[in-house]
Design a protein around this ligand. Sequence first.
Ligand SMILES: [Ca+2]
Ligand SMILES: [Ca+2]
Length: 407
Amino acid sequence: MPYAHYETCESTLGRGVKRSHCPKILLAMAVFIASTSSRQAWGADSPIVFERSFGPFSGVRGLAVDATGNLYVPDVLQSTISKFGPDGALVTTWVPGQSPYFLAVGPDSAIWVAVIQNGLGWSLARFAPQGDFLSTFASFDNIHNVAFDPTGNYVYIVNHYFGRIHKFRIDGTQIASWDASPFPVGIAVDRGGRVYVSLDRGSGPLKVFNPDGVLLDSFGISAGQLTIGNDGSLYTAWLDRIRDYTTSGQLLWEMPVPDAHNLFAITLDEPRQKLYAAEYSGADDKVYVFSNGPTSVTIDIKPGAFPNSIQPKSKGVIPVAIMTTAAFDATSVDIATVRFGATGTEAAPVQSSPTDLDGDGKTDLILHFATESTGIGCGCITASLTGKTLGGQKLRGADSVSTVGCK
Ligand SMILES: [Ca+2]
Ligand SMILES: [Ca+2]
C-alpha cells in the first residue's frame, strides 16, 4: 500500500512538544513515486479512472511518454508533434516532416518518429526531446511504427504497406525481416522479447512472434496500437474503449471511454500511474487521460504567503488553496471528501469558497481548516490534503509548513 509508510506528525492534542517524525513523510512520498509498477497497480482488480480529455487533434496514431512524464502527441494531418508536461501544459510543438504516424521514446532517450521526410520518403527519424532533428535511422516505403526490445539492443520497424516487420540492431544493422501481412500497424515487445503485432482496421487476428519472427500464436483481438505494462499485460485502444488482456489473449477488463469513438493510440506512464489513449479519425480527435492512484493536485497553504507559518497551538484556521491548472479543475472537488493535516486524513474544512486566487481567469478553491484539528505538531515541515472529485477521482497534494510559537 503506497501510503502505509506515512508516519504521523506529533499532534498537539494532549501531548507535549517532542521530536517529530514529520521529515520522514517526504522520504515516504519519494518511495511511493518510485514503486508503483506492479500488477497490483494496473491489474484486473484495479481498473482505472477517467481523468480528462484534451484536443482537438487531426489524427493521432501514436503516443509516447518519456522518463520524466512528458507526453508526445503526433498529429498526422497537421504534421506536428506536441509535447506536454506531466502537469498537462504544452511544452513545445515542432514539425518533424510530413504525416508523423507513430513515435516512441528510444533507449537513447531520443524521440523516434515514423514520418515522411523530404527527399527520403518514409523514414524512421530521431529527434531530441525538444524537437531538434538528430538523424535518420532507416528509410522504408510506408513505415508505420517502431518498438524497442526491453534490452534496448533491438529496434522493430513496421513496414505497413508491404506487410513486413524489420528487426535492426540499435547500431543500424538489419538482422531480420519477416511477413506479418496484411497491413500490420501496432507493435509491442514483452519482457520475454515476444513481438505482438496488430493489423490495420482490426482486419485480422493479433499475431505473436518470437524474437526471430517465428509465429507463436494469434488471437481474435482488434486493436490499433498496443502497449505492454510492467505487469506483463497487453493494453489496447480500439473504437470506443480500452482493454487489458493477458499476453495469451484473455480479456482482463475493458472500459468504455466517455465520448470516444475512434480510439487508436495508447501508451502507459507507469511511474506516474497514468494511461493515455488517443483518437484517429482526422478531425476533432482527442487525447484521453486515465489514472490509477491519486491525482496530484497543486495546493498552496496560506495562499500568497511564504513560508507557510503555522502556530500549532492556535485556535484559529489555516487557509489552503487547491489551484486550477491545465490538468486539474479545482471546481470539480467534492468538498465533503476533503481532509487536511499532518498526513492528509485529519481535518474536514470548516469553510470553502471558489475564487480566482492567481488571477489566471480560472476559478480555484480556498478551504479553511481549524488548526487544532489538523494534527500539525511542532517541527512538522509538510502537510497534506486528500479528497475526491465529484466524479470519484482520488486527489492528493502537499505543501511545506513552518511551525512557530513552539517554545
Ligand atoms: Ca503559501
Ligand atoms: Ca486561478
